[in-house]
Design a protein around this ligand. Structure first.
Ligand SMILES: [Zn+2]
Length: 463
């Protein structure tokens, strides 16, 4: 968690984009492991838990340098009940999902997160989310979503999210708001207008955002959704079959033709082709780390799409890629919106692994780039978006402000010196400038160095 502490983060929300470590059962555990593959990054998990409560109890046994709060992932829920099945939930399965969500909420989850571009989220109709919203309404939970589409169909994703807020009668949050692909840049002006109109109507919609031009996901995220079905093992089997492999490759190549519309979230299209697809982490083929698919393909002497397949198969899906798909103008537009708070959306790297630089730099970058350089925000506004706003949003009544009676999670820094150091080439450089970080009144960073103190706690909603 040094990556977070050096940014001045004192409470971390986990369980985003549909993915949480619980609930889990014996029957579908391996499927969950593959679903969480690019977070686990090869880490061996003991799986000493089944329910959400069991899992939180395990985390509570650990020394924590900062506080942790969590959402329950819809994808994890669906994997536990119906694996990676591409179909509607049967009534009994729906009841089982609702029961598990209720148990998670009672154990202290803050809500339900969804990841609707990833299997199994991608197979989920809105009706299923609305049924789950009933449980959230009864238990005071929030729905946060990696929407079904963040490119040409962005606005339909926003409309669905707002509709879940309206019909479900629950607060909703758009995760890592952005629009991918040059042809779609500027659409955030319309999406923010929709958010404003919904808020005027009384629907509780908020947004979070990370301040980088590259989005981050796995290399296999460049495959069409049908080719990603069934998890990493199934993907590798498809790529081993010459005919299926050819069909997948053709679909990806066709999707890169900007003169024609494309019906799915093609990361290679959004990133502007193989040049815009940067492989950040692939431990079994480390020679390709920090290079884009065009460079890798030319070194492998093969087609860029084929080179992506090679990386997926050689690393068994344990990889990370960044796609240059977001405009700087859009970042500033979303950042300036009053309903936007900052979230790193990051996957902390396992020991020795690499990550998108946002894991190490998101919050300092807001101050260094968007307060000092670009004047997008005043410092007070930036601080509010990183402290009071998210704390209020999640109902953390003891946090987010400095006043008597509040938890002493406090940062002392010189705003002229705060700087993100992580880059795509060196993504694990710690940020600079956070001199003193207190978690629960104890110094965790002092003089910019970790003190060894672990004064963080697991925050369960309503406890
Ligand atoms: Zn996401």
């Amino acid at each position: 968690m040094l990556s977070k502490l050096h940014q001045g983060i004192t409470t971390q929300f986990v369980g985003q984009c549909g993915q949480s470590a619980a609930p889990v059962n014996e029957k579908t555990r391996e499927l969950l492991e593959s679903y969480l593959g690019f977070i686990l990054a090869g880490t061996k998990i003991s799986w000493d838990w089944k329910t959400f409560d069991d899992w939180l109890k395990e985390v509570e046994k650990l020394p924590l340098a900062l506080n942790m709060a969590t959402c329950l992932g819809h994808g994890t829920l669906r994997v536990a009940v119906m694996g990676f099945e591409d179909r509607k939930a049967a009534p009994a399965e729906m009841e089982e999902m609702k029961k598990l969500l209720r148990e998670g909420m009672e154990a202290g989850s803050f809500g339900l997160s969804s990841g609707l571009i990833y299997p199994p989220g991608v197979y989920t109709p809105k009706e299923e989310l609305l049924e789950l919203a009933e449980v959230l309404r009864e238990t005071g939970g929030l729905y946060m979503t990696h929407m079904r589409n963040e490119s040409a169909e962005l606005l339909s994703g926003v409309a669905e999210t707002i509709e879940i807020g309206r019909q479900g009668g629950i607060p909703v949050q758009i995760s890592h708001h952005k629009v991918l692909g040059k042809e779609n840049w500027g659409l955030v002006n319309k999406s923010l207008q929709m958010v404003d109109e919904a808020r005027k109507e009384g629907i509780d919609v908020t947004i979070d955002q990370y301040p980088y031009n590259n989005c981050s996901t796995s290399v296999r995220a460049c495959l069409p959704p049908w080719a990603q079905a069934g998890g990493v093992q199934s993907i590798c089997e498809r790529l081993e079959n010459p005919e299926t492999r050819k069909k997948i490759a053709e679909e990806i190549r066709t999707s890169m033709d900007m003169s024609k519309p494309c019906g799915w979230e093609s990361m290679l299209r959004h990133g502007g082709g193989p040049e815009g697809a940067l492989v950040v982490y692939c431990p079994n083929t480390p020679q390709w780390e920090g290079k884009n698919l065009r460079e890798i393909a030319s070194a492998m002497n093969m087609d860029p799409v084929e080179s992506a397949f090679e990386i997926i198969m050689k690393n068994n899906g344990n990889d990370l890629a960044c796609y240059a798909a977001i405009s700087d103008e859009d970042i500033k537009t979303v950042l300036a919106h009053p309903a936007t708070m900052i979230g790193s959306d990051s996957i902390p790297p396992a020991e020795g692994a690499k990550a998108h630089p946002r894991s190490f730099g998101s919050h300092p970058r807001i101050i260094a780039k968007y307060v000092r350089e670009e004047n997008t925000l005043a410092i007070e506004n930036a601080v509010q978006k990183m402290t009071a706003l998210p704390a209020a949003r999640f109902g953390l009544q003891q946090k987010g402000l400095i006043r008597p009676g509040m938890d002493a999670d406090i940062l002392i820094f010189d705003q002229q010196k705060v700087l993100d150091k992580a880059t795509y080439e060196k993504p694990t450089e710690l940020a600079q400038g956070m001199d003193i970080v207190l978690v629960g009144g104890k110094k965790v960073l002092d003089g910019g160095s970790y003190t060894g103190t672990a004064s963080g706690t697991v925050i369960r909603k309503g406890r």
